[in-house]
Design a protein around this ligand. Sequence first.
Ligand code: SF4
Length: 461
Amino acid sequence: MSETLVTVANAAPKVGFVSLGCPKALTDSELILTQLSAEGYQTSKTFAGADLVIVNTCGFIDDAVRESLDTIGEALAENGKVIVTGCLGAREGEGGGNLVRQMHPSVLAVTGPHATHEVMTAVHQHLPKPHDPFVDLVPPQGIKLTPRHYAYLKISEGCNHRCTFCIIPSMRGDLVSRPIGDVLTEARKLFEAGVKELLVVSQDTSAYGVDVKYRTGFWDGKPVKTRMFDLVRSLGELAKGYGAWVRLHYVYPYPHVDEIIPLMAEGLCLPYLDVPLQHSHPDVLRRMKRPASGEKNLERIARWRELCPEIVVRSTFIAGFPGETETEFDHLLDFLREARIDRAGCFAYSPVAGALANELPDAVPDGLREERRARFMAVAESVSADKLQQRVGATMQVLVDSAPGMGKKGGIGRSYADAPEIDGVVRLLPPEKISKTLKVGEFTKAKIVAAQGHDLLAVPI
Ligand code: SF4
């Protein structure tokens, strides 16, 4: 075990840094120090001469634990502003709490190992970054191509599945989940920048964390698992503070998704699930090699509706996949009618260069694929129209997307049932009250007066 008290130059803001433990901890220290230096922080030789102290701890054996706790104690006594990182930061104390917090409740933040981003977030919070005339031109949430009030949050890259019609895994590789601390930090920045609707995206949102075995990460000094449930709950709790929505896309109907539905019922995320099912017939799903193809989707959707009756299910399907028989296609239409998918889209199968499905026998002729797509859409539209009709007379919360002239002549918005770009909208009529205005990016309550195609017509109240 070695101890390194790092010294850099003498300009403010200054950070004192103690690195304890093994070479792995040392490399974590190097990453943090590199980042500090890149951002213009200086380091201090002494605790007393620093504006804040970071202690990278070791928790391997009792002696190392004692040394780490003593160092934190010294830093607190001589400086007072202390951030703790490293292995000891991940250790549980008695009764399941965090050991470091139990022993030293006044530390500013505690993270586990490999947590450069979380440590830097805590540093920024307690010792603001020196001004940099170059990078400070970039807004903290980064450059966004969506309107200011909604944003996509990517939680992972790549995919572990090998659907026969898809070449994404060959282009983007296997699933790599982003660290949960990074994802939540980005979400907070987006909310701080005015985002009112966060759209969680990936290739397979339900698989979040599988690649890292649901590793425990850190955020805001607290341990949090890299797992869909923990992510959605944390995002929901965060969004609540900003009065914002969280919407989930690309979720597969795995049993563990059932755990998310009570979070919807609690209001932590929108009761909306985008579940790309692609087909209903087990043989077609097998030929497609779809994830969760063995699940009983009708029962699963029924269960979700039992737990959260207002849930809206959006899905996409493929008509005319190679080998699809008339019976298999009819199975799909029956499924659509029975599952009452609120928002269903359908593509006629089209071969993608490099996809395995191209080698499957019994290709469905082009014209028939199109014909099946049209038949599918006719059923989908009648289910959707029925469902929209049932909303007439209800009052819904609507996020305003467009409101020329402060909405005096009305505007366009969306309810929880409408994701931007892919679903319908709520067409807002002029508000009932003369004094009421509508503003883009703000919510309004609206009374639904009619259904029109995929959209609703409503009066802001
Ligand atoms: S789940 Fe299937 S369709 Fe989606 S990205 Fe992965 S391989 Fe492609």
